[in-house]
Design a protein around this ligand. Sequence first.
Ligand code: MV4
Length: 445
Amino acid sequence: MFDKVLIANRGEIAMRVVRACREMGISTVAVHSTADANAMHVRMADESVCIGPPAAKDSYLNIPALIAACEITGANAIHPGYGFLSENARFAEIVTAHNLTFIGPTAEHIRIMGDKVEAKKTAKRLGIPVVPGSDGAVSDADAPAIAEAIGYPVLIKAASGGGGRGMKVVQGADELMSQLSLARNEAKSAFGDDTVYIEKYLSTPRHIEIQVLCDMHGTALHLGERDCSLQRRHQKVLEEATSPALNAEQREKIGAIVSDAMRKLGYIGVGTVEFLYENGEFYFIEMNTRLQVEHPITEMITGLDLVREQIRVANGTPLGLTQADIEFRGHAIECRVNAENPVTFKPSPGRITNWHTPGGLGVRVDSAAYAGYAIPPYYDSLIGKLIVHGRNRTEALMRLRRSLDEFIVDGVETTIPLFQRLMNEPDFQNGDYHIHWLEEFLARD
Ligand code: MV4
């Protein structure tokens, strides 16, 4: 097992990895920018290295500094967390080239899934249902016939996009070519790659993602789904496991398709296969080759520590589990508490003067915040994830409502009032929502 792991991240996810390492008897190295000298993850790690000035490009994305920090401290593995370099294939290669372990999948699989055209082709080849569309990149010449065959409205997507960037909805043939060239130009300037593809546009789908966990010995398990439909401008706001839209039979069916595909691929580590779900059908859109922000709700219903499993898998240890060992118990919901105005979503950095987190049975708060902590303006505005678990969705909702009322954050504005409003919304209470529902709800007031 690794003697020392360097966490190439900050905030709540750095705390999360330190926790797992500490429970496994693994020493931890925190890295921080000059702006994060007083951050909690620095205090909780066994040692820390300052890797640069506040800007992420000069610190948390500074590959030479991260490798040097490993050499200085003798760390023999790096956990990338999410965001930053977690899905950077070149980083994974550089780490491996320095005889360090990258705690994650192979650079090859990171690269394949980072290219949305390659990812979709790979998914289709592995037997995963995909959205009807062009079979790969689309040329201007072929676009009209392909769009006609799919049926309007269609969606033009950038191969190097993802997470909602570089998408254009086309309602009819008359605007196809102008939207196509607009999409290519925007993709070229945003990603340096003007490759685009076309898909059937699904108008009111849910966003349901399947968690996978695979070891180096051919075991590939699915850990059920997370419903991430409640989002605003491609930022997830609230996620839940299991999805209110799925029953056990559907869960097992799509889960088996995904775990079989991962086994055939030879995937290693944790991963998330993203689908749009509409009229009872699943349509693959993307795969994330990292641990996700919302992983705790899967942990709450399966009882598995996903970071611990990541580290064990990276160390070559067999999972020691079969699909039959995986049980989905109860219901979990996560609210992303951001330091933002709950109406305008304008970031609200500053010093937290009071910080009291809810507790009690089935309540978990993953955070690096504390009273007196000055939230820096350089990074994302997430200050904590409130995760609640109940024996069923009704109990989880009751517990969530109580926990939100108990959560005290003074000195900065937060999105807590937004969640308190959601608690009173019938559509939300009934789990009756899709990917556009939250933006429509917010536009109502
Ligand atoms: C789609 C779609 C509708 N039809 N693809 C947004 C980001 C990336 N994950 C893919 N996304 C979408 N792809 C087809 N064919 C709608 C979205 C989409 C979306 C997807 C998941 C969660 C939130 C979303 C918000 C807007 C659009």
